[in-house]
Design a protein around this ligand. Sequence first.
Ligand code: NDP
Length: 341
Amino acid sequence: NKQVLFKDYVNGYPKESDMVVTSNATIRLELPKNDGGLILSKNLYLSCDPYMRGRMKETFTGSYVPSFTPGSPLSGYGVAKVLDSTHPDFKKGDLISGPFTNWEEYSLITNAESLIKIQHTDVPLSYYTGIFGMPGMTAYVGFYEICSPKKGDIVFVSAASGAVGQLVGQFAKLHGCYVVGSAGSNEKVDLLKNKFGFDEAFNYKEEPDLNAALKRYCPDGIDIYFENVGGKMLDAVLLNMRVGGRIAVCGMISQYNIDQHEGIHNLVFLILKSIKMKGFLAPDYYHLYPKFLETVLPLIHEGKIKYVEDMVEGLENAPSALVGLFSGKNVGKQVVVVARQ
Ligand code: NDP
């Protein structure tokens, strides 16, 4: 059973060498008959998510997700197929998705509490790590529940081509907003404008003055900022928000690998411009998942929403895929293909 093991707690930027791929573990590919509640799964798709950096710390402050255990496989959102089951709710052949899928080929699942059975298989299964998984819910909840969007609002999204950002921008367009995105390469900027339909987009790495860039791309200011990166971008955005603006604080990836978080200088504009700024965690809104599926499945089927994934093949490439999130290597949702059924 090939596995990706977590070596030890990490300081600074994570490296491939913080993980090790081994084939030493053995697993029996059948379950004892009378042992109720076990599931044997074949893992298909693994999700690489920025929050996993927090799990590489000894204590993941403020989160209810546990840290990784040194010497054990990493785990995260994933899609798997049931090979055998003594659990009453799952049977052989079921496709499942869960937040604690081990980074290995086969898993023995002893706690099925957080597993969901995949019902709609007329979309790519890997989408359950992205658009129909946690990033999709994050974009949906963040935009519709936190941003209070109105038709005509000017929306700015950072890390806009990623798993969450690409959807936020498309939801905002469907809502009748004017949408601007930032991303870290010209290839990503091209995707934003020509695939996802953003009105404007820019490569923040080529902009020495982010305030000037925002003034150029959002000359009338910003009503809604969907925050994915934090740091200097947030500071520049605060200077460009309109009165009564909303900021959904989804993530601050620029701060995840530094011990001393950057100070924000322009917070006074929250007062002067009556801005509402709210953080949120998508898992707190999972009661909205059925409504979300009902809304977004038809949009995918009708081609009104597009979803771009960055697939790497094989567990041996999983460490570099995860680490790549923090340098912007991924173009779209980063997925690791362990097996295609
Ligand atoms: P992405 O698919 O967007 O991948 C991460 C991207 O972040 C990279 O591709 C890179 O894009 C950008 N990035 C990396 N380092 C930096 C940096 N130092 N400064 C600016 N940008 C950087 O990831 P997700 O869509 O999965 O996540 C986006 C954000 O949403 C993250 O902050 C994440 O933590 C957060 N999140 C929050 C959730 C919640 O419940 N609140 C749930 C899910 C995600 P580029 O090339 O454009 O720089």
